[in-house]
Design a protein around this ligand. Structure first.
Ligand code: ZN
Length: 121
């Protein structure tokens, strides 16, 4: 695929250049903090099947933006075990990035309080 070279847009548009240390931290509810689109697939690639230790692949995305969530349905490429990764997209880092990407088309889907990582003891 041809991609126009430009100095302003060298980075992957699905990656937030302002990711923080909270990436992949868990909220109190157990959701995984996502800070852009790409990180959700990165995490799936890093994880292994708990049954057979093979790679996982995302097969479906369930849009739960009205809950401030995005869910990836994942299958083991070997044994077919199914997993569900539920990401928090209500946090400020994600929403700021998304707002910037969407410009005038930005609509805040979730009107609850932005989630934050659970405090670590
Ligand atoms: Zn497996």
């Amino acid at each position: 695929m041809f991609r126009k070279r430009s100095t302003r847009n060298e980075t992957d548009p699905a990656v937030n250049p302002n990711r923080t240390a909270d990436l992949f931290a868990l909220t109190e509810e157990g959701y995984i903090i996502a800070q852009d689109i790409n990180c959700q697939y990165e995490l799936v690639q890093q994880e292994r099947c708990s049954q057979c230790n093979h790679n996982l692949r995302a097969i479906a995305q369930i849009n739960r933006a009205f809950q401030g969530l995005n869910e990836l349905v994942v299958l083991c490429t070997n044994c077919g075990e199914r997993y569900s990764f539920i990401f928090d997209i209500s946090n400020d880092v994600y929403q700021d990035w998304w707002a910037e990407r969407m410009g005038d088309s930005y609509v805040r889907m979730y009107d609850g309080t932005p989630r934050v990582p659970a405090p670590t003891e």
